[in-house]
Design a binder for this molecule. Structure first.
Ligand code: TRP
Length: 450
């Protein structure tokens, strides 16, 4: 990317964006939050956040990226004519992804380990009845195994990023996203037939609105940023490689719908199993690693499904980490004029250190806590619930109030040539100027004082 390349094909670009969006956020984080916040009510607020906040903000990020034709760090500077305050969101686009990567690659590491477990046939029918909750608890508390997984996972990320945009990212997404979809669909459908799973579906689709409180709203909003890779320049960077005749609004809606589909399906694969096998849905970040092994041991061809599932998860996680990693790398290349190889190595070193601290925070470092959260939890909550919405707020203000209206209009409507976007443009502008910023601030304030 020393020379700014464009994506090879339109579908390749969409798949790469969807690849960034669909990841552990959908399969791991969303179900565990749904479980923590009591089911359908969380999903309900989440849906509202996706369509009212995330979609307009994604379009706004696309506008900044495609207009500026540069990395997320300098995009704000370039378009604002070098105004100093806009350095701040620029810096956040480098820092936030690395903070996300710090805990995300730990979960990627868990997935690598569970893939190995699946490959060594740990989820055969003979293992039925194993207490997988206890197995997981013991595993993450041990110092070495999770660290090795995390290192392997980071190494894979680094190797892909070293390969550059086209060859690295696109090929991966094209094969594995559909595989993930089919496997998760298969698991959910199978679960429809296990006794006791009906409770899980009720839990997912029958909202109990009394469960809605400030904490739930902050988490739903945070997840709506996290899952769609918004608020820290990822989508901006992708959009800077997007062809001029692509509809930004159309792309945003497609990515959001695909992302939502994966998230809801993941819940359908996990919640019914929780109820059928008596696992607490609110058990936190370990949820999928506690629940799905139970399912695999009982399922026909369970070992094969387990292998495919964890393989697909690792790849889905990789297509996301690649996009998180790329932000830092393209900053070092374009702003610091380092080689791609050196940039990748520097980020790798930083991430190993941060990843180790997060990984150990379930074991030897578990005493290190802030507001009751371990280091992993702090990174998780700080990024998703605070930094990403703040980044989103900056994007709204920038596109809604700072950029010239004609320029925004030109990007969104492709110079007036997109009929639907011509009509929807006022709606978009209203959401970005008023609804989204007020929404984000309100959720913050209510959470602070409630
Ligand atoms: N959206 C990804 C997921 O759901 C994670 C991710 C990738 C991300 N890039 C991001 C999250 C940028 C926030 C910002 O797994």
């Amino acid at each position: 990317m020393e020379r700014r390349e464009n994506f090879g094909s339109r579908i390749g670009m969409l798949l790469a964006m969807a690849g960034s969006a669909v990841g552990l956020g959908n399969i791991w984080r969303f179900p565990y939050l749904v479980g923590e916040y009591g089911g359908a009510a969380f999903i309900f607020i989440y849906l509202a956040c996706v369509f009212v906040l995330s979609v307009p903000i994604m379009i706004a990020e696309f506008v900044i990226g495609r207009r500026s034709q540069t990395n997320a760090f300098s995009a704000f500077q370039k378009l604002s004519g070098g105004r100093k305050v806009w350095k701040i969101p620029g810096i956040m686009t480098i820092v936030t992804p690395l903070l996300i990567l710090a805990f995300y690659d730990v979960v990627g590491g868990w997935s690598v380990n569970y893939l190995l477990n699946a490959l060594t046939l740990s989820f055969t029918p003979e293992a039925a009845g194993t207490d997988f909750t206890a197995v997981f608890a013991e595993y993450i508390a041990s110092p070495w195994a999770p660290m090795v997984g995390t290192t392997v996972f980071l190494l894979l990320t680094a190797l892909i990023v070293l390969g550059g945009v086209k060859s690295g990212i696109e090929k991966f997404g094209k094969i594995m996203m559909p595989t993930l979809f089919i496997v998760v669909l298969f698991i959910s459908v199978w679960e429809l037939f296990i006794p006791g799973s009906g409770e899980g579906l009720k839990y997912l689709f029958k909202p109990d609105f009394s469960k809605i409180d400030a904490g739930l709203c902050v988490s739903a909003m945070g997840q709506a940023f996290f899952s769609l890779s918004l608020g820290c320049g990822t989508m901006m960077t992708y959009a800077s490689y997007t062809p001029k005749d692509e509809s930004l609004g159309g792309s945003a809606v497609k990515v959001a719908v695909a992302d939502l589909l994966f998230a809801l399906m993941a819940c359908c694969a996990i919640m019914p199993a929780c109820f059928a096998y008596g696992i607490n849905p609110g058990s936190g970040p370990g949820l999928i690693f506690e629940t799905l092994p139970c399912v695999f041991t009982q399922m026909p061809l369970g070992s094969l499904v387990a292998i495919l599932f964890f393989l697909a998860i690792v790849v889905a996680a990789l297509t996301s980490t690649v996009s998180l990693y790329e932000v830092g790398v393209s900053y070092l290349i374009e702003e610091r004029h380092l080689s791609r190889r050196l940039s990748v190595t520097i980020i790798f070193a930083v991430m190993i250190a941060l990843g180790a601290v997060c990984s150990l925070s379930f074991g030897v470092l578990s005493g290190l806590r802030l507001f009751g959260e371990n280091v992993f939890g702090i990174f998780d909550k700080l990024t998703a619930n605070i930094l990403l919405p703040l980044g989103g707020l900056a994007v709204c203000i920038f596109v809604g109030w700072i950029l010239k209206k004609e320029d925004v209009r030109e990007e969104v409507t492709n110079g007036g040539s997109l009929k639907a976007m011509n009509r929807l443009y006022p709606v978009f502008l209203f959401l970005v100027r008023f609804v989204a910023p007020v929404g984000i601030l309100t959720v913050f304030l209510v959470n602070l004082f409630a």
